[in-house]
Design a protein around this ligand. Structure first.
Ligand code: CAA
Ligand code: FAD
Length: 384
């Protein structure tokens, strides 16, 4: 099965999506990126543009206002956006592969009409709320509760580090309903911002992806109607895991993009910067760094495309997605560190971008399952 999905012939449509994402990233995301990183502020106008350009609901069927594209198109766009701005691309990733995908795959027709159409067009943004102060990797230990009150659920608890937490209108909240059933008693509820008892905590002051919107969310006796539960009673944990399998492909593509962006800048810089009477590219130590970066990035790209293709072909992609994320995130951390080295002192200051990329790369080894959790997922698949 490891050789499945290796046919990566990209169509005209795929290449058009890649080019559109590249143009948008270079022309619209790049200007102002240093300020946004410094001020930890994402520009709502850019979010609106990403909606207009169709980046917020790429894989959603046109019936619900989406782009009807495949996962390969999505990873191509994610790579190009992430080459420039990983803060923007994580917002795209969460909205597409966690929120929109989850609703389209498992939501009722009413839920799709009510929420998915507006999320897919980018009119509103969604958040995916699994992690808690005391439950990150150990995601089955949910402390947030959704008590069954007949007509509605009563939600209490806190979610941590939620991407799009401040700007989202709709949150998919994972919570425990039947503690005695452990993970089989967990539900996922669609909760609207502004409902009584729903509060947004402070924005996190982060190492990287600083312009992305990360908040804790607090729920205090929030009433959620029964019709806002996704799937059958107790489906919530399966929902979270199934959705995250696809999300991990998005984050793997993000990591790939960060690495590739740092590589492109480094290759250019190495041919311009002179030391000892010649461009540093002509020093073999620098050539070797670039050759190794190019090789590892290409290997990461193959894993990302493979996972995306398997998903598009409705084959099992759990292991492929975990491998892609594990490998691409390590390549991103390593390649951005090498990029700073190639840039020397200029690499250590903000104007040359690789400093930010090195900070941004780190998160890809942590969210949507840490590298250790990806190894756990892969190991379990090996003996399944
Ligand atoms: N796909 C489908 N189902 C899965 C699954 C997967 N990848 N991984 C686990 N499951 C299912 C299991 O089959 C099991 O269900 P059954 O009992 O019905 O068979 C159930 O989930 C529980 O699994 P385990 O018994 O293996 O439970 P565990 O506690 O030993 O391990 C875990 C579970 C894999 C570690 C899981 O908790 C996990 O993935 N943790 C990481 C959480 C995570 O990725 N969080 C990301 C938050 S979102 C985010 O981060 C967004 C962002 O940054 C932008
Ligand atoms: P822990 O689970 O406490 O792990 C600490 C360390 O122990 C890690 O190195 C981990 O790999 C290791 N470890 C834990 N268990 C094991 C084990 N069994 N075997 C080996 N090693 C183990 N969550 C959401 O739900 N939605 C979001 O939108 C979201 N966005 C995020 C954005 C940012 C910027 C950040 C920082 C986090 C975000 N998260 C989000 C949370 C993220 O998914 C968690 O931080 C992550 O899953 C790790 O959980 P933790 O932080 O509790 O670490």
């Amino acid at each position: 099965t490891l050789l499945e999905g290796l046919n990566f012939n990209l169509s005209e449509e795929h290449l058009a999506v890649k080019e559109a994402a590249r143009d948008f990233a270079q022309n619209e995301l790049l200007p102002g990126i240093l300020e946004r990183d410094n001020e930890q502020k994402f520009d709502p106008k850019l979010l609106k543009r990403m909606g207009e350009l169709g980046f917020m609901g790429m894989m959603v069927s046109p019936e619900y206002g989406g782009g009807g594209m495949d996962t390969v198109s999505y990873v191509l766009a994610m790579e190009e956006l992430s080459k420039v701005d990983a803060s923007a691309s994580v917002m795209v990733s969460v909205n597409n592969s966690l929120v929109c995908y989850g609703l389209e795959a498992y939501g009722t027709e009413e839920q799709k009409q009510k929420y998915l159409t507006r999320l897919a067009s980018g009119e509103i943004v969604g958040a995916f709320c699994l992690s808690e102060p005391e439950a990150g990797s150990d995601a089955t230990s949910q402390h947030t509760t959704a008590e069954d009150k007949g007509e509605h659920y009563l939600v209490n608890g806190t979610k941590n580090w939620i991407t799009n937490g401040g700007i989202s209108s709709v949150c998919l909240v994972i919570a425990q309903t039947h503690p005695e059933l452990k993970h089989k008693g967990i539900n996922c509820l669609i909760v609207e911002k502004g409902w009584d008892g729903f509060a947004v905590g402070k924005k996190e002051d982060k190492m990287g992806i600083r312009a992305s919107d990360t908040h804790s969310l607090m729920f205090s006796d929030v009433k959620v109607p029964k019709e806002n539960r996704i799937g059958a009673d107790g489906f919530g944990f399966k929902f979270a895991m199934s959705t995250l399998n696809g999300g991990r492909i998005g984050i793997a593509a993000q990591a790939l993009g960060i690495a590739a962006g740092a590589f492109e800048l480094s290759l250019k810089y190495a041919q311009e910067r002179k030391a000892f009477g010649k461009p540093i590219f002509e020093h073999q130590a620098i050539q070797f760094k670039l050759a190794e970066m190019a090789t590892k990035i290409e290997a990461a790209r193959l894993l990302v495309y493979k996972a995306a293709r398997l998903k598009d072909e409705h084959k099992d992609y759990v292991e492929a997605a975990a491998m892609a994320k594990l490998f691409a995130s390590d390549v991103a951390m390593w390649a951005t560190t090498e990029a700073v080295q190639i840039h020397g002192g200029y690499g250590y200051v903000k104007e040359y971008h690789v400093e930010r990329m090195m900070r941004d790369a780190k998160i890809t080894q942590i969210y949507e399952g840490t590298s250790e959790i990806q190894k756990l997922v892969i190991a379990r698949e090996l003996i399944r």
